[in-house]
Design a protein around this ligand. Structure first.
Ligand SMILES: NC(=O)c1ccc[n+]([C@@H]2O[C@H](COP(=O)([O-])OP(=O)(O)OC[C@H]3O[C@@H](n4cnc5c(N)ncnc54)[C@H](O)[C@@H]3O)[C@@H](O)[C@H]2O)c1
Length: 301
């Protein structure tokens, strides 16, 4: 499915990214395995993880090269795309997967915690996509796959920075899909559920928490890879601007905001008439204050 394609997977030194890189290569793609080898909070760096995944791909007979530039800076993100051209002479697909977490309740979150997460996720996805966009436009083809999250699409505690970035990525993807449709460029999102170090940090202090984590551990990162390969391939030529989710053996199409109900008054609204008329009429369609786990309330299948 990916023969003759060159793919960049960011943050591919571990977790979901590693499995996507392996699966891309297994289907014939030449892969740039990007990873700065950072800690979960974005601190530190190591060339080890990216090179290790490259070694795995080569050992299985595939073609790959490592890149350890950060997605979180415009010029280094540009170098990630350049490394695809340097090593393999072209770029066909970009998977924006690199990520970090700095969870904190909103009222305690520092500017630094906000910035660090927005920088890697939202700016990172923008910088890498923007660097690839020129090449995609020129060659009149290309595919973006971005990792979003139900923390942003639905909600979660203690993740204002991450949720804002991930919902921003969904909007970025939609915008790219609209703007670059005329150049035959597609852009889609995946909201993955997978056991990785990113959710390995979930506390296991109580029996309930332990039971929850045991369930989550069934969802392996490898389950995300087939959808990423499909979306990056020409088989998905008619799939654009969509948001999917994968949870173990379940695959979902996620809704996108649309008006659900309207009220109208020919003379217009006052704050009083909104209170007396509009809100009571709209209230039955209000959304509850769900978190991701409230919506995905059944065990992974
Ligand atoms: N695991 C889940 O259930 C889950 C849920 C929703 C969304 N996601 C998203 O999926 C993606 C992968 O997550 P994961 O669970 O595999 O996490 P992970 O921590 O295992 O992988 C993220 C990788 O990104 C790398 N990275 C961090 N900062 C970077 C930077 N500036 N430049 C390049 N690489 C960088 C890290 O070194 C790491 O290897 C992330 O975007 C995450 O937000 C994961």
């Amino acid at each position: 499915m990916m023969d003759n394609k060159v793919v960049v997977v960011t943050g591919a030194g571990g977790g979901i990214g590693r499995d996507m890189a392996l699966a891309m290569a297994q289907r014939g793609a030449r892969v740039i395995v990007n990873d700065i080898g950072a800690g979960l909070d974005g601190s530190g760096s190591s060339t080890g993880p990216a090179q290790q995944v490259v070694d795995e791909i080569r050992a299985a007979g595939g073609q790959a090269a490592a890149n350890t530039d950060s997605v979180a800076d415009a010029s280094s993100a540009g170098r990630i795309i350049e490394s695809a051209l340097d090593h393999f002479g072209r770029i066909d697909a970009v998977v924006n997967n690199a990520g970090i977490l700095r969870d904190r309740f909103f009222h305690k979150m520092s500017v630094e915690e906000w910035d660090a997460v927005i920088k890697v996720h939202l700016y990172g996805a923008y910088y890498v996509s923007r660097a690839a966009a020129n090449h995609f436009k020129e060659q009149n083809s290309g595919a973006f796959v971005h990792m979003t999250s139900t923390s942003g699409l639905i909600g979660n505690f203690g993740q204002a920075n991450y949720s804002a970035a991930k919902l921003g990525i969904a909007a970025l993807s939609k915008s790219i899909a609209l703007d670059m449709l005329k150049f035959n460029v597609r852009s889609n999102c995946i909201a993955p559920f997978a056991w990785s170090r990113m959710i390995g940090a979930i506390p296991t202090d109580t029996p309930e928490q332990q039971a929850r984590v045991a369930k989550i551990q069934q969802m392996t990162p490898a389950k995300i890879a087939p959808l990423a390969v499909y979306l990056a391939s020409d088989a998905a030529s008619q799939v654009n601007g969509q948001i999917f989710s994968v949870r173990n053996n379940e695959l979902f199409l996620i809704s996108q905001p649309r008006p659900v109900r309207s009220v109208h008054r020919s003379e217009g609204w006052t704050p009083e008439s909104i209170a007396e008329h509009a809100m009571p009429a709209l209230r039955s369609s209000f959304f509850s204050l769900d978190r991701s786990a409230d919506v995905f309330s059944w065990d992974p299948i």
